[in-house]
Design a protein. Structure first.
Length: 325
């Protein structure tokens, strides 16, 4: 039996028909971006665009191109009212907001520092809805997401998504580009002995994170009584994909160097969608003090501490935060 196509899956799993159109547009954008990434070196599109985005970060040429692809591919989707992109300072309104219209939040290219070195990058997205009174507020909590997912551009191109019940992974047929269900019901095992953190920031860490990593590094001779492995790709999409595949825990905590900004990763289009995916797969996603999806957003590009992955391990890190509070 051949695997379900993306459309067959979405239809069989009772996705709102207009949401099916939007997800298919996102899948088309992902196919185009995968092709841009793959041919980046031939087309002279690797490297910096010498532009600074709203985050104060230097944009890569492909960051901008991927953003343009998302905008062009999704803009005519029925009931899509607004776009919130990492690469665009202001909210882009496509229509007068009406109740239940869709709001699309996206990181067009995640892990773009990995482009020049030919490692996996991705795109992250979340969908929320305009409130019943039709106001133009886009700052809803992650709990209001009706769909979240990412595309990963690695050895194969995949689309992984959820509407909150289960997480489904689709692989693009390398010849036709069609996404087919290859990873049904992805789950995060509750326990793990693998962590992901950028240890070059160790001198900035706060006590709970420093203690947690020290305990992991101490391995079977330390308080955890077992040895841990470490992976850090510098692409959140790739790290989360590994965790959805074999478990693990990912930390980009607030530290003394980034806490003024709130952390590093962005709430609306990085932390929230990954939190929804991880929780839907049985894992947990926390700031250290509470669930990411319960954070009340104050600004579209707000940053937040991120600790997500295997449930029991996130609980240990939350306990360390509580101990030090
Ligand atoms: P982006 O490329 O969209 O700016 O995101 C990069 C993020 C995330 O993907 C990754 O986990 C993290 O930044 C890497 O940070 P370091 O450079 O500190 O390792
Ligand atoms: Mn990113
Ligand atoms: Mn990005």
């Amino acid at each position: 039996m051949t695997a379900l196509t993306l459309r067959q899956y979405l239809t069989q799993h009772a996705f709102d028909p207009d949401l099916v159109f939007l997800i298919e547009d996102i899948a088309s954008a992902a196919r185009s971006i995968a092709s841009l990434v793959r041919s980046g070196a031939f087309d002279g599109n690797l490297g910096s665009a010498d532009e600074i985005n709203v985050q104060g970060e230097t944009q890569k040429t492909l960051d901008i191109m991927a953003n343009d692809v998302f905008e062009a591919t999704c803009a005519n989707s029925p009931r899509l009212a607004a776009l919130v992109s990492e690469e665009v300072e202001d909210v882009t309104w496509l229509k007068e907001p009406e109740a239940d219209d869709f709001l699309l939040y996206f990181d067009p290219l995640d892990g773009s520092s990995n482009l020049d070195v030919n490692l996996s990058v991705g795109s992250i997205f979340a969908v929320m809805q305009v409130r019943a009174d039709g106001d133009d507020n886009v700052l809803h909590k992650g709990r209001n997401q009706i769909c979240a997912g990412y595309a990963i551009y690695g050895p194969s191109t995949m689309l992984v998504l959820t509407k909150g019940d289960e997480v489904a992974g689709f692989t693009a047929d390398p010849v036709t580009g069609e996404f087919r269900l290859t990873h049904p019901a992805m789950t995060v095992p509750p326990e793990t002995s693998e962590y992901a953190i950028n240890t070059s920031r160790a001198r900035h860490w706060h006590a709970p994170v420093a203690r947690y990593i020290a305990d992991c590094v101490a391995g079977k001779d330390g308080p955890r009584g077992r040895s841990f492995n470490m992976r850090w790709t510098a692409s959140m999409v790739a790290d989360v994909h590994r965790i959805l595949t074999r478990g693990g825990v990912f930390l980009y905590p607030a530290d003394s160097n980034n806490e003024k900004a709130g952390g590093k990763l962005r709430l609306m289009y990085e932390a929230n969608p990954m939190a929804m995916l991880i929780e839907s797969a049985g894992g947990a996603a926390s700031t250290g003090l509470g669930d990411i999806q319960d954070v009340t957003p104050q600004a579209p590009h707000q940053r937040v501490p991120v600790i997500l992955g295997s449930r029991d391990e996130v609980a240990v890190i939350e306990k360390y935060h509580a101990d030090h509070a």
